[in-house]
Design a protein around this ligand. Sequence first.
Ligand code: ADP
Length: 505
Amino acid sequence: MTKDAPLVSLHPNVKAFIGEKRRMLIDGKWVDAKSGKSFEVLDPATGQVIANVPAAEKPDVDVAVAAAKRAFESGPWSRMTPAERGKIVWKIGELIMEHQEELAQIESLDNGKPVTVARAADVVLAAELFQYMAGWCTKLDGRSLTLSVPYTPGSEYHAFTRREPVGVVAQIIPWNFPLLMAAWKLGPVLASGCTVVLKLAEETPLSGLKLAELIQKAGVPDGVVNVITGFGETCGAPLAAHPDVSKVAFTGSTEVGKLIVKAAANDLKKVTLELGGKSPNIILDDADLEQAIPGAASAIFFNHGQCCCAGSRLFIQDKIYDKVVEGVAEYARKLKVGPGLDPSTQMGPLVSQVQLDRVCGYLESGKEQGATFAAGGKRLGEQGYFVEPTVIVDAHENMKVYQEEIFGPVVAAVRFKELDDELVRKANDTIYGLAAGIYTSNITRAHRLATKLRAGTVWVNCYNIFDAALPFGGYKQSGWGREMGVEVFNNYLETKSVCVGLGQG
Ligand code: ADP
């Protein structure tokens, strides 16, 4: 691990941002929690406090939802043309890029990810997401329909559909990509004309609050986007259950996803969920290993393995097994682990003590269940939440490290003999179905296998490629619905059929 390396010097606006007491955005105003309660935000590289944010609870949720309801029903937002909305949403993307360095530094301080990655990936993707969604504002139209039902002889119907915003949306996001998850959620809400209360993750609320400032600056009217900070049970739960919320969009653990469904069931709110994964990444013996080895390594080590789609089960064909395992292990050993603000860092700390304990718990369970480690296997250093990039070899189906989502930089390698139904069965043998990877130079094998994998995204000869145009979401217990692409609008628009009897004439 890098020790005492020179860190990027903090942008003056970042110093000011974390130096001041932070407030949350409700109805266009920056407010404290009604209770006056707040909580500390920690730097995962040091465990030190970097900011304080309000601890919103039910009374704050009530005010935020009321603001979103008023903005949906009667504010200027509801009267704006799609083109006017589109310009504002585009502007948010521009402002994100104008504040790229600040957002990248805030993200790195708060989440632990390398500032170089936040700058090049998280911030850019967030800006692009808003600009992609801006284009949809003017294109969310219904269809004109020709009916066959008889009315009276000689008469006709004029029938068409309208796509209308679903109403007030509640959104709850996790800590692994704080800014990008906020963008994935808010972009389509704004494009569709809904209004929203977004609850940020308690571990990483800072970039979302900065984004809220930019959203306000872009000209989004008061009450349309309300961004609140608080804990899951005391803030997220009342938000998910609020009677004036028409739809809940959640990203997080499968366990909490099930609680969200229960909370929303009372009044049958619409729900979309983007949940966990234990994604298979399959390397066939004809793969280009120059591409497959770093591909398999970054599939698991990107974002320190804290990706719901991480390629955490690595299936390697017998003939190339040793070479790939050694290649991925060497990659792991060479990864430069250090504080996110060190520009040479390739992997930062995990997000929190809870997460560090969880990942270390899995490493221990692997040892107890007889796993062998080709690289890593323990905590790194004593300060901050660092863990070694880890490669477990010859993992068995009964090991917890093979079956359960670890959400850390730990990959379980499995050997297979043939590309046959047994391989497909094993790859699909998980409660999840978020993503999968295939490395091969044989196009026929690639397509046949891609069709058989039960996953919302299949990457072939690449991994972790995200684009605002590419829908993302899960089969099975990885979720309901899709983020991004045109598919995301199924979550935020109702379809109204209008049927006009024209009579005779
Ligand atoms: P993780 O395990 O990755 O921290 P969680 O699913 O626990 O993910 O958290 C994701 C988001 O869900 C966070 O914003 C968290 O505050 C929120 N959350 C946690 N518990 C609940 C709950 N019971 N109801 C609503 N939101 C919750």
